[in-house]
Ligand binder design. Sequence first.
Ligand code: DC
Length: 223
Amino acid sequence: MSFNIAIDGPAGAGKSTIAKKIAAELSFIYVDTGAMYRAMGLLFLRKGIDPKDSAAIEAAALEADVTIGYENGEQQVYLNGENVTASLRNEEVGNMASATSIYPGVRRQLTALQKEMAANQDVVMDGRDIGTAVLPDAQLKIYLTASSHVRAVRRYEELKAKGIEGDLAVIEADIIERDQRDMNREISPLRRAEDAVEVDSSNMTIEEVVETVQRLCKERRGV
Ligand code: DC
């Protein structure tokens, strides 16, 4: 049986940074489920579909074939055969992914792919509903969070490092709006699974969070 680690939490809490490090350390496969919702979001943007038009979104989702591959250990996302990985990490796509992840047709397809990936291999999977809906039997569940202000500052610094001057207040407002949407949708909203360990990274370094997760992992694996 495979050993699965589920990491859920709000946008900007550091899930992917932590999940990647843990996966590399344990030689597990890292699965970024947000990238799958982003690939769907990219398709809807390209088609110019209004995210509130549920019928059009559901119909387009039926035509979408999202698959995952790995190149040099890095996850690649394919949308109808095209590698779209480089087009996924921007606010427009992220907001479209958040707005359209409320629809059953979108979630059904991606959840099935995620479950299949974790069934036969050891994975560290991050997202919003991994511990609650995708991998309810995961051997270790982490709910990684941080205050909206800390998450906004982190994103602001990330942008600055790329030479982009962001507006901290706008970034924080955007993060709060995304949290509201992800936590209040009807199907599989973001919430901490009852058996998840909550880690608040607001006042922790990346190394401290990684150490905490590693310790929990050793306990669960009995090594
Ligand atoms: O983690 P991210 O920012 O790449 O995710 C983008 C959006 O996708 C997020 O705002 C909500 C949605 N999502 C989801 O509904 N369920 C997941 N397991 C992962 C992401």
